[in-house]
Design a protein around this ligand. Structure first.
Ligand code: PLP
Length: 371
């Protein structure tokens, strides 16, 4: 048997006729950028997430960048964030000339540790950007209280992996902080047929600024209040996302059901590994286990030889990337993030996964440990 980490073709097969109709309709319209389809999607996302405004843009990376710009973050400013995330989180901060301040993670949740965040606040701290890694919401209450103590700075949620997730109090990701950034990258829980993203906020003035920044800073037709960017959501991507939209919560529920089964099977067959904690609201963007004793790469190879694909998100924390060597955060400076980077392994996880595949994946992990 072969089990991929993700299988977009299987999802497409369930939506094909509808998808073809939606894409053809955009071709008939010949209206490609922003427009009614994007507005409709923005409305749907705002309603689902429970915020006043959702604003489409070209990618999740841009969503984070534009969010930081909306709060005038730039040279001389510091933004506290997690080192255990995709590059774009820190990249958005550095691209504006600000300094990413990487603080350690909670080894149990893989999310930013609020105590570490509090200790990193300086007079230059201008925002906190937690990441809801693997679809589990970061400890927002603690972070919001730190931000409030730091003079009322914004908390920007990197919710690229968390559309449809909620925290343990049931608050949807993207509705808790000041701005939420969503990615519709094809392999995310709601994936477009290319790059696409969205920003959310409850603040009317911030929303107006975000809308302006995505169209070069234009305040009225060919009038520019500031220099923004070109970062719009395409009608074609909006049409694709609208077809998938009614299925998002069901897909997230299926992921949770698969993860619950995998956890039980691994607890019995491979107690050596630490499966993900499945807390309420966790949408299991990735099903990530921790493999102890330096055996992660050996397990990955063992699985590969038996047809089970796996992935490492992420093998090198951001503070150890060459791109940020000037920060001077050496080996051992953020030990929990560094250890996670050595131990994590993401097993296959997608809504359309079958029970026999789930059983096979678990059996192959167990066989690595001689069971
Ligand atoms: C995917 C991702 C992004 C970037 O989103 P893109 O749409 O690929 O630009 C940012 N942060 C995290 C945590 C991500 O997983």
């Amino acid at each position: 048997m072969k089990v991929p980490v993700n299988d977009l073709k299987r999802q497409y097969a369930t939506l094909k006729p509808e998808m073809e109709k939606a894409v053809l309709a955009v071709m008939e319209d010949q209206m490609f950028i922003l427009g009614q389809r994007v507005l409709d999607l923005e409305k749907a996302v705002a309603a689902r997430v429970g915020v006043k405004h959702a604003i489409g843009c070209a990618s999740g990376s841009d969503a984070l960048l534009i969010a930081l710009r909306a709060y005038d973050i730039g040279p001389g400013d510091e933004v506290i964030t997690s080192p255990f995330t995709f590059f774009a989180t820190g990249g958005a901060i550095s691209r504006l000339g600000a300094k990413p301040v990487y603080v350690d993670i909670d080894p149990r949740t893989y999310n930013i540790d609020p105590e570490a965040a509090r200790a990193a606040v300086t007079p230059r701290t201008k925002a906190i950007m937690p990441v809801h890694l693997y679809g589990r919401v970061a400890p927002m209450d603690a972070l919001l209280s730190i931000a409030s103590d730091a003079g009322g700075i914004p908390v920007i949620e990197d919710a690229a992996q968390a559309l449809g997730a909620a925290d343990e109090r049931g608050r949807p990701a993207c509705s808790i902080g000041h701005i939420g950034g969503i990615s519709f990258f094809p392999t995310k829980n709601l994936g477009a047929f290319g790059d696409a993203g969205m920003m959310t906020t409850n603040d009317d003035a911030v929303a107006a600024h975000l809308r302006r920044l995505r169209v070069h800073g234009s305040s009225a037709m060919y009038m520019y209040a500031e220099v923004g960017m070109n970062s719009r959501l395409d009608a074609l991507q909006a049409a694709v996302l609208q077809v998938k939209w009614p299925h998002l919560d069901r897909w997230n529920d299926l992921r949770r059901a698969h993860a619950t089964k995998l956890n039980a099977l691994l607890a019995a067959g491979a107690p050596e590994v630490t499966p993900p904690e499945i807390v309420p609201g966790h949408i299991i963007h990735c099903y990530t286990i921790r493999v102890p004793d330096g055996r992660r790469d050996a397990l990955k190879k063992h699985l590969e030889e038996r047809g089970v694909s796996s992935a490492i998100y992420y093998p090198l924390p951001l503070h150890r990337q060459e791109a940020w060597k000037d920060l001077g955060q050496g080996e051992g400076s953020l030990p929990h993030a560094e250890r996670a980077a050595r131990e994590v392994l993401s097993l296959p996880m997608f809504a359309e996964m079958r029970d026999d595949e789930i059983a096979y994946v678990a059996a192959q992990v167990a066989s690595f440990y001689g069971r």
